[in-house]
Design a protein around this ligand. Structure first.
Ligand code: MG
Ligand code: MG
Length: 260
């Protein structure tokens, strides 16, 4: 089912989107060398509860996971990329960390992910990979607007990732979002322009380019949730929730507070 939000629901989506972004960027500022992933999860839980929001993850039990998820944020380190289950791990200098967060407030969900390097090291390959997913996300957002099609977004995202030299996995991509976290339409990270569902004002989409350095193949960790690159190579992931408006695409998951 594809949901089209009314003005009241869109206002709520903006509120949820800002909350997700502010939590993510607060966690980014706190996740330093020596931070444990379970602390990140606990901080996320506290901020979600204090905001009067609901976690989209804690009770999440899809067909592909060993559910329920039981945690409040996805934490993926280095070769982990999607559905990263928080565990007792202490972050080290140079780790590539992805935080992926979805919450719901007043009946509307928002979903966003950021990748960054922990500490002072800046491994060039990791920096380039994060940059590629950020640029792909921007390219996808730039072509999203009323009358554009899902294939236009997929093509824009895929072109940036391919030109940067990364293989593209088509099992997991972006998605519609609204009263629940995952809805139609699916937004693959590669595709043909002019194809697919035509975008309408009031549609919310989560766009999420992600890559692994040298493979498109995933393996599932023994934890039953975390997906890792089959080769052990590093990965990166960037995600925003956007709203299709009469004027184009509005990014809902931008932080509204300063974060040191
Ligand atoms: Mg997400
Ligand atoms: Mg998502």
């Amino acid at each position: 089912m594809i949901e089209i939000l009314n003005a009241t629901e869109l206002a709520r989506a903006r509120e949820t989107g800002a909350l997700v972004a502010n939590i993510l960027h607060t966690l980014k500022s706190r996740a330093t060398v020596g931070t444990n992933l379970l602390d990140v999860d606990r901080w996320a839980q506290t901020m979600i509860v204090e905001a009067g929001a609901l976690s989209c993850y804690v009770d999440y039990e899809p067909s592909f996971g060993r559910g329920p998820f039981g945690h409040y944020i996805c934490t993926a380190v280095n070769d982990a990329v999607l559905h990263g289950l928080p565990y007792d791990y202490t972050l080290a200098d140079g780790d590539l960390l992805t935080l992926d967060l979805a919450v719901s407030k007043r009946g509307v969900a928002a979903d966003s992910a950021i990748s960054f390097i922990v500490g002072d090291s800046k491994p060039p390959g990791s920096v380039a990979m994060i940059s590629a997913t950020e640029r792909a996300l921007s390219a996808g957002i730039a072509v999203a607007g009323p009358g554009a099609r899902i294939g236009d977004i997929s093509h824009a995202i895929g072109s940036v990732l391919s030109e940067a030299g990364y293989p593209i996995n088509t099992e997991f991509g972006g998605h519609g979002i609204g009263s629940t976290m995952h809805q139609d339409p699916h937004v693959p990270n590669t595709g043909r322009p002019g194809r697919g569902y035509k975008l309408r004002p009031g549609l919310l989409l989560a766009l999420e380019p992600w890559v692994m350095a040298d493979t498109a193949e995933l393996i599932t960790d023994a934890d039953g949730w975390t997906l890792r690159s089959a080769t052990g190579s590093r990965t990166a992931h960037s995600e925003h929730t956007i709203a299709i408006t009469n004027g184009g695409a509005e990014i809902l998951t931008l932080p509204t507070q300063a974060h040191s």
